[in-house]
Design a binder for this molecule. Structure first.
Ligand code: ADP
Length: 445
């Protein structure tokens, strides 16, 4: 039992015993007891009234003083009050420090409600987005940032990636905007000026495009002469013949590299709307790619099968889609030992169009899978080179699929084989009926 409570019970006991004894002396024990309890009650009511008054004064008056259990109660309240005040001060300090830090940040920060109303913004948000606190507090963010991409980003409410926008105050500048949900129903918008990064990326893309373009002619000339030299019936030693063959193979490799680099930089730089789209007869395309794969397989005699839904067509760029399918099918041939099985599939699932290539080849260790679409990423550099790879095939696949709103999925087990799957969304799927003629390439449907 608490010492305060024990003391109080002792006081009550003493009061009851004392009044009863005194009452017995005078012959009125019950009257004395009633009087003693009345006094006790009066003291309790007085303390209760003092406490009530103190609470009503919003704790402005000093805390009332009392003895006994009431004194303990007042002391406890006093301690609680002190702790709450300290906690409040600490919170206020933290908030001030946070606001000072956020004000010093070069990145713009805006706190939003779940409905997109502005709660608070740091000074950088004013220079980057034109949003100022407290002037714009309570306004909806999409009334101030009027960009269709930003509207879509807000409506999608996924916020897994950032969105790039032209700066509202300086349209030549590019901003990266990311929303981070926090605390259940709040959102933090963080924005950064990435103009210099975008310019550097443009410079890099232009450099790669120009360098590849300039290299193409000399390399073609070199490999052409090397091929002619190899074919000429001259008296040569075995060593010179070997050297010529190596030089020719390397020149061909450079040709492939330059052509893949050019394809990649075209994909990176050309605006999506500049790419002509048509309704592509994917089953016919896959049938011809299967034949090419059989030629590539040659003496290795892979068992290549094709199962394609004949009416299933795709809206997209024919040349780009061919490069995706041929890259994935060629990879299956190149990374599957002789005699292995390769299944090419083209089917419809829940209105999505699914292209898949399954092989029972070497497989890919799981830790490499997330990196395969990076430029020049190879699991086994020697095997890739031996089989004529450039390390750019899957990077091209990734870019083309992005342009076609499609997803790439890779499943693989070392020694068991791999399955590469491309999923095209329903908006791109076209089902034809038997005998229906297809619009010509470049024709918009
Ligand atoms: P590469 O020209 O080297 O084949 P890619 O970009 O096409 O370049 O592929 C990247 C890497 O992914 C390859 O080097 C290879 O290690 C791995 N890879 C791609 N397809 C397969 C496959 N079907 N089976 C096993 N590994 C594969």
């Amino acid at each position: 039992m608490q010492p305060g409570l024990r003391r109080e019970l002792w006081v009550i006991g003493t009061l009851v015993a004392g009044t009863l004894i005194a009452g017995a002396v005078f012959g009125y024990p019950l009257w004395f007891l009633a009087f003693g309890l009345g006094v006790y009650l009066a003291v309790a009511v007085r303390n209760l009234i003092s406490l009530h008054r103190w609470l009503l004064s919003k704790k402005q008056q000093p805390l009332p003083e009392a003895r006994g259990l009431w004194g303990d109660v007042f002391n406890e309240i006093h301690l609680l009050e002190k702790e709450t005040a300290q906690h409040r001060d600490r919170l206020r300090d933290m908030l001030t420090r946070f606001q000072e830090a956020a004000s010093a940040l070069p990145d713009g920060m805006v706190i939003l409600t779940q409905q997109g109303e502005i709660v608070w913004a740091n000074p950088s948000a004013r220079s980057l987005l034109g949003i100022s606190h407290p002037r714009d507090s309570g306004q909806r963010i999409n009334n101030l940032i009027r960009h269709p991409e930003f509207n879509d980003y807000l409506e999608d409410a996924e916020f897994t990636e950032s969105v790039e926008l032209s700066a509202p105050l300086k349209p030549d500048n590019t901003l990266s905007v990311q929303i981070v949900p926090y605390g259940g129903n709040q959102r933090l918008l963080v924005c950064r000026d990435i103009t210099h990064v975008v310019r550097l990326e443009e410079m890099r893309q232009n450099f790669v495009a120009n360098a590849s373009h300039e290299l193409r002619s000399p390399i073609t000339v070199l490999s052409g002469y090397l091929e002619t030299l190899q074919d000429m019936d001259l008296n040569r030693t075995a060593e010179i013949k070997r050297a010529l063959a190596t030089m020719y193979n390397q020149a061909r490799r450079m040709e492939r590299l330059v052509s893949d680099l050019l394809a990649l930089s075209r994909l990176e730089t050309a605006a999506p709307q500049a790419t002509p789209e048509s309704i592509v007869d994917v089953p016919a395309m896959l049938a011809s790619l299967k034949e090419s794969a059989e030629m590539l397989s040659g003496e290795d005699r892979h068992q290549i099968t094709l199962s394609a839904a004949p009416m299933l067509r795709l809206r997209g760029n024919e040349e780009q889609l061919r490069s995706v399918f041929s890259n994935l099918i060629d990879n299956a041939v190149r990374y599957t030992p002789p005699g292995g099985a390769i299944e090419i599939g083209w089917r419809n699932a829940n209105n999505w169009a699914i292209f898949s290539v399954k092989d029972d080849g070497v497989g890919i260790p799981w830790q490499h899978i997330p990196h395969l679409t990076e430029r020049f990423y190879r699991v086994d550099v020697d095997r890739s080179r031996e089989s004529g790879g450039t390390g750019l095939g899957l990077a091209i696949v990734k870019h083309v699929l992005k342009r076609h709103d499609a997803r790439l999925n890779i499943e693989s087990l070392v020694g068991k084989g791999s399955t590469f799957t491309c999923k095209f969304p329903p908006e791109r799927v076209v089902m034809t009926t038997v005998g229906e003629s297809l619009p010509k390439a470049g024709e918009q449907s």
